[in-house]
Design a binder for this molecule. Sequence first.
Ligand code: NI
Length: 258
Amino acid sequence: MYQNIFDTHAHYDDKRFDADRDKVLASLPEKGVVGVVNAACDMASCETGIALAEQYRYIYCTVGVHPHAAQEYTPECREKLAAYAKNNRVLAIGEIGLDYHYDFAPRDIQQKVFADQLALAKDLDLPVVIHDREAHQDTMDLLRKYQPKGILHCFSGSAEMAKQIIKMGMYIAFGGAVTFKNAHKLLEAVQAVPLDRLLVETDCPYMTPEPFRGKRCDSSMIAYTAERLAELQGILPQSLLDITWENAKAVYELDSTF
Ligand code: NI
C-alpha cells in the first residue's frame, strides 16, 4: 500500500457522495491519503467545501466560481470569496478558468469572471487553481496578463504549453486521464514537466483512472495515476507520491510541519 497520497483536487461536495460521504472521507487515512483539497465550483460549493475542511483535519478547500457557473458571478461574489478566503482552511482561489467544450456560459462572460478572480487572487496573495478545457490560447493570454501563482489542473495541453506554464512558475496537475489508452499527447506533456512542479489529483468523483474507469472515483485511486506518472518519469510510484506531496505543500503554502 502506498503512503503520502495528497489529492490536490477533489469534489467531495458532489451529490454522488451524498449517500456515503462521511464513510468515504473517514476511510481515506487508512488508504494512505494524507491530504485532500476540495475544489469549489460555485458559491454554494464554497460553503460546503469549507464545512468539510472544518470537519476533517486532512481536508482543505479552495473557493471560486468555475466557468460553468460564470453567469452566477456578481461583484458581491468577489466580496464573499474574499471573506471566505480569510478562513485558514481555504488555500486557493479556484477552480476558475475557461471551458469552451461545454460553453455553459458565453465566452466573453467566462473570460470576465476568470480575469476578475485572477485579480482577486493577486490582491489576496493566494494561489489559483485553473480549469482550461479546449481554451488553451485564451487561458494562456490571461495567465500571461495576471501572472498568478498556482496550479493548472487536469492538464490537457501540449508538451510545449506545459513548458510555458512551468516557465511562468506554476505547477501542473495530472489525474486519471494519464491512465487512459488514448493519452498519447498527454503522456508527452507529463514528460515535459520537471518532478518539482508535478502534482497528482483525482478530480473525483470524475476522471476515474483505469482499471476503474466508469466507476465513481475517490482519492485512494490516485495510486493508479501515480503508477503511470512514475513510469513516465522513471521513478518508483512511492517516490512520486512523496515528491508530489512536498510539491503540494509548496504550491498551497501549507506549513512544512504538516
Ligand atoms: Ni474539478
